[in-house]
Design a protein around this ligand. Structure first.
Ligand code: CA
Length: 724
């Protein structure tokens, strides 16, 4: 269709732009436009040179004005004598008032809705000339047992009401300018194995026992109160020896699991550790793991069916309702343990550019340059177009569906800077309308000017999003400033940060930016209101913290590196904003030096629970994290928004931070990033609640002076806080 360098783009009802690759030379008199065998009158061909942010350099464009109005469902061909024929595709026309007025569909009934033995199918396919519903008895194999043409209604919606019920597998065969393709309904909520066919589902049949009583967390009243543990479903349980459900959703439901040293693992461990939320790496249906064999591994950033749970994590990927039920069982078990569930949403790109969305409405859901090539700011090959109304609507409805149907406690957005602010505001309103305590955050990196800088939901502009109704927050962003400030840049593996030998003016300023919850300061290029930052040292991307410390601090002992790790965690736990870390950071998790393990082996990615044995540095570090979490939970001076923080510098980048709340409560935090102990007098007696070994809710001792150990933090509180 874009054969050899010309992109014929229908930009309006009587206009086709031909984007021409530089080296192609032809005379504009040789252009003809055909529909079937009929030639359309051409009024003018204007040669323009143009560029935009999506295209490198200048591109020659021939703007062809037609003497008649085209039909967006018909196929038009541009014939250039000597070069050949190019199919003209509706693309630019999607942004015209004509298209928006005639084909914006605001109904909430797209998809397949079953009632008894009748299912209503609705698909938005405004440029299709025919849509056929194909019904199958199974999720794979065999021929369709019925082919039912859909009827076109208003706004480009196609529909059929069919005698079929729960458990019917289906696809759509859609014909439009680029040809006829079979697609899974983008709105499908269940699917067969490997997500190749949708399934009609009566969701009431997917609820585990007691599901109606299950509720999202009710005790979180600000984002700062959350402590988020980022985990991959398969990594979590693969190495739990006596788990019956290794690598599956159901492993989160197994109580009483222990490792070979008798230490609790699995969900019991999470409960003991005290985290408030798990953040699951992608659990929507992604394409790259074969659900038949589960023989390969992937993180899952390759979305296929956005509203369907991933099948490889279920005990039976062949029956579409099973993965839904087991996902709900996982959520219910975590809720019962007092832990919330946050899901990773990856709407910014799809597994491939010709996704189900693209098969149904080609060129609508993605961003293209003038030559019809997908833009690739994501690095994944195809950036989606949230600013197109029907994709924004799709995102909003998809998020609301997951949060509502699965009782979720939050959403995380991959490469959120690729989405537009207006859509993210609608997502916020929809999600918080269902669960006002949901924690919403994303990667707010600056993704370049693919949609015009001001509109992007990135770190710089996320503060424009406001919380809706009773929402406990708006949308937070990952804070790479404190991440790199604490342990050194993720892009320079040998560079240390504030806690591992690189304490200097710059690293301290970056750390302080996180402690202050991303408040405006003279150094940072961005800031956010209301502490809408996710403060962290490690996530699935880049080296695990333990591996980074090995690279940046090769001469230090493992014990010394564990102290660095602990100091970093301690700083996150006294910071405004939300502490976050990769599962296992608290037990010095290694990925054996693999910086990008997205499709590496299970061995590289698995959490190794056997390292938890009393007396090991892994176990000691875990206990320290546990204490820090308890301390943060018990002392709201570290989570309240109206607390002021006064930093005072000591020699060699050591600092004292004084936290003051409006009731006279005070906390003093002394941080020593040096490799040497130092002595300090506090003037009066304070209650020590955390030092280099211990942290928690209770007082270790009272003291008026102390030795602050190398690479450590001490936390003191005054009597006002003590009495609370
Ligand atoms: Ca899958």
């Amino acid at each position: 269709m874009i054969a050899d360098g010309i992109f014929a783009n229908i930009i309006d009802r009587d206009t086709i732009d031909l984007g021409v690759r530089g080296e192609l030379i032809f005379e504009i008199e040789k252009i003809r436009v055909l529909c079937g065998e009929r030639e359309l009158p051409i009024l003018s061909c204007e040669e323009i040179w143009t560029t935009n942010a999506l295209t490198e350099g200048w591109v020659r464009v021939i703007r062809v004005k037609l003497g008649e109005v085209i039909d967006i469902c018909a196929q038009y061909r541009v014939n250039i004598l000597g070069l050949g024929e190019f199919v003209a595709v509706p693309c630019g026309i999607f942004d015209t008032d004509y298209f928006k007025e005639n084909y914006t569909y605001d109904g909430d009934d797209l998809g397949a809705y079953v009632s008894g033995n009748v299912t209503n199918f609705k698909l938005w396919a405004p440029v299709a000339s025919a849509v056929t519903l194909k019904l199958y008895s199974d999720g794979e194999g065999g021929e369709a047992y019925a082919r039912i043409p859909l009827t076109r209604e208003g706004f480009g919606v196609w529909q059929a009401s069919v005698d079929c019920g729960h458990g019917t597998y289906y696809t759509y065969e859609v014909t439009n300018a680029v040809g006829t393709q079979e697609a899974v309904d983008p709105y499908a909520k269940a699917a067969g194995v490997n997500g190749k066919r949708g399934m009609v589902v009566d969701l009431s049949f997917t609820n585990p026992e007691g599901w109606n009583a299950d509720k999202a967390l009710s005790h979180i009243s600000s984002y700062s109160e959350a402590t988020i543990w980022e985990v991959h479903v398969r990594d979590f349980s693969n190495m739990i020896k006596n788990s019956k459900y290794k690598g599956k959703y159901l492993a989160f439901t197994e109580k009483g699991l222990k490792n070979e040293h008798g230490e609790p693992v699995g969900i019991d461990y999470l409960k003991e550790l005290g985290i408030s939320h798990v953040h699951l790496l992608p659990v929507y249906d992604y394409a790259s793991v074969d659900e038949h064999t589960c023989s390969n591994f992937n993180w899952g950033y390759d979305p296929q069916n956005y509203n369907v749970p991933e099948g490889s994590y279920s005990t039976d990927p062949y029956h579409g309702e099973v993965r839904i039920r087991e996902y709900k069982e996982m959520v219910a078990a975590l809720h019962e343990a007092g832990i919330g569930v946050i899901m990773d949403m990856v709407y910014n790109h799809t597994y491939d550019a010709n996704s189900n969305l693209n098969k149904v409405v080609p060129y609508y859901y993605y961003r293209y340059d003038i030559l019809g090539r997908n833009t690739n700011a994501s690095g994944c090959g195809n950036d989606t177009a949230s600013e197109r109304y029907m994709f924004g609507k799709y995102m909003v409805e998809s998020c609301a569906y997951w949060v509502g149907e699965y009782h979720l406690d939050g959403l995380r957005f991959d490469l959120m800077g690729l989405h537009d602010l207006a859509t993210m505001q609608r997502v916020e309103a929809a999600v918080h309308g269902i669960n006002p305590r949901a924690i919403i955050y994303g990667e707010g990196w600056d993704m370049g000017a693919t949609i015009g800088e001001v509109a992007q939901a990135n770190q710089k502009f996320i503060g424009k999003i406001h919380p809706t109704g009773d929402a406990i927050g708006a949308i937070a962003v990952f804070n790479d400033v404190i991440r790199d400030g604490l342990k050194g840049s993720v892009f320079e593996e040998e560079t240390p940060g504030y806690v591992n030998g690189g304490a200097d003016e710059e690293s301290w300023a970056n750390v302080l930016f996180g402690i202050n919850g991303g408040q405006e300061n003279h150094r940072a290029s961005w800031s956010v209101p209301d502490s809408m930052v996710i403060n962290y040292m490690s996530a699935h991307d880049n080296y695990s913290l333990w591996d980074k410390l090995a690279l940046a601090n090769p001469k230090d002992s493992e014990e010394a590196r564990a102290e660095m790790n602990k100091l970093g965690a301690a700083i996150l736990m006294i910071s405004k904003g939300t502490p976050f870390w990769q599962a296992g950071e608290e037990m010095l998790r290694t990925k054996y030096g693999d910086e990008n393990s997205y499709n590496a082996s299970d061995k590289i990615n698995n959490m190794d629970w056997s390292t938890l044995a009393p007396g090991t540095i892994q176990h000691d570090t875990m206990l320290y994290y546990k204490g820090l979490i308890e301390m943060r939970r018990g002392l709201d001076i570290f989570t309240k928004a109206d607390v002021s923080i006064a930093p005072q510098s000591l020699a060699n980048r050591a600092v004292i931070l004084t936290f003051t709340d409006k009731n006279g409560g005070k906390a003093k935090v002394i941080i020593n990033p040096r490799m040497k102990d130092f002595h300090i007098s506090l003037g009066e007696e304070w209650s020590l609640v955390a030092d280099e070994n211990l942290a928690g809710g209770s007082v270790i001792r009272r003291e008026s002076s102390a030795i602050v150990r190398a690479v450590s933090m001490r936390v003191y509180i005054n009597d006002v806080l003590l009495e609370k």
